[in-house]
Ligand binder design. Structure first.
Ligand code: FES
Length: 331
């Protein structure tokens, strides 16, 4: 049985059956609600339901997760935003491997080139899907900024048993074909403000933040900003030279590397990366925070920065990397 889902305060409506989530039904109808993980982890798809019956897990926080909510009647919903998907903007591309570079013990940098003449528009911070032969998909953020649109730069953390990262990636060599679809996701800079920015990354969560920062530097956006990048050991900060260089070049940018298992002789910050933010910034009520990385970090950052540092919920933007430990197989 299908139900009509109406978006409060708009002319938008779409149909959804009892087995389908509101997020999936909206996308099938050509509309995009905010989302990242699709697994009930990141909170990006949160919203409210003004009227109607539904089934959804209780978040205990006064909102629903539309990636987990299914209708039981016609509904009127109040999402944080909704946009019409531009079908021409998303493309499937036969990319070719230009280079695969080991960057850390468990991180490789995969550089893809699109066919001559093919450029794909995307926003800094968005991601692509690698399309595997059996129909499965693997999502990776693009680390290149939008002005480098003739290819994609992916920072890939190898996951034990990962079908792509262990089954496909080791066999890729220059010239290999990789089918990708892009762009996806709403992790991108909100440009309509002047608030100071805090970027929080764990591991390869640095990738989309690199894209956003390089885009901002190129466009001369000089908002006050800091990057906190957390990893276990120093060698896991696989591209730390880059933010150190940015900090030397831009007075409005600061870089704070944070190690959870510091090497002997490390004199920098230690502990959980979001805790370092809390130590430095006792009041985040006038900031925007962009967090990207493993779900545990993203969840902890959202919870603690909003509850203990006054960060407004709507000023927290995130992209959570869902791994097999969190949900369905990934990697
Ligand atoms: S997209 Fe629903 S919680 Fe992440």
């Amino acid at each position: 049985m299908s139900y009509t889902i109406s978006v409060a305060g708009s002319e938008i409506s779409f149909v959804c059956d009892a087995q389908t989530t509101l997020l999936d039904a909206a996308q099938a109808a050509g509309f995009e609600l905010p989302y990242s993980c699709r697994n009930g982890v990141c909170g990006n798809c949160r919203g409210q339901i003004r009227s109607g019956e539904y089934s959804a897990p209780d978040t205990g926080e006064g909102y629903l997760l539309f990636c987990q909510t299914r209708p039981r009647s016609d509904l009127v919903i109040v999402p944080r935003g909704i946009t019409r998907i531009d079908p021409a903007a998303r493309k499937v591309v036969q990319a070719r491997v230009y280079r695969v570079t080991p960057a850390a013990d468990d991180v490789s940098i995969l550089q893809l080139r699109f066919p001559a003449g093919v450029k794909v528009q995307f926003k800094a911070g968005q991601y692509l899907d690698v399309l595997l032969e059996d129909g499965a998909r693997r999502s990776f953020s693009m680390a290149n900024p939008p002005h480098s649109s003739d290819g994609a730069l992916l920072h890939i953390r190898r996951l034990p048993g990962g079908r792509f990262t262990e089954g496909v990636l080791p066999g890729l060599e220059p010239g290999s074909v990789v089918r990708v679809e892009l762009p996806f996701g709403d992790f991108h800079l909100r440009e309509d403000g002047a608030k100071p920015l805090v970027f929080v990354a764990s591991g390869t969560g640095f990738a989309p933040i690199k894209s956003i920062l390089e885009d901002m530097f190129r466009r001369g956006i000089a908002r006050d900003m800091r990057l906190y990048w957390g990893a276990r050991r120093e060698k896991d900060l696989y591209a730390a030279d880059l933010p150190h260089k940015w900090a030397a070049q831009h007075a409005h940018f600061r870089f704070v590397p944070v190690l959870s298992e510091p090497d002997a002789g490390w004199t920098g910050r230690t502990g959980f990366v979001h805790r370092a933010v809390m130590e430095d910034l006792p009041d985040l009520s006038g900031h925007e925070v962009y967090a990207c990385g493993v779900t545990a970090m993203v969840e902890a950052a959202r919870r603690d920065l909003t509850a203990e540092r006054g960060l407004p919920m709507d000023a927290f933007y995130c992209d959570a990397f869902v791994t097999p430990a969190d949900a369905a197989p990934a990697g």
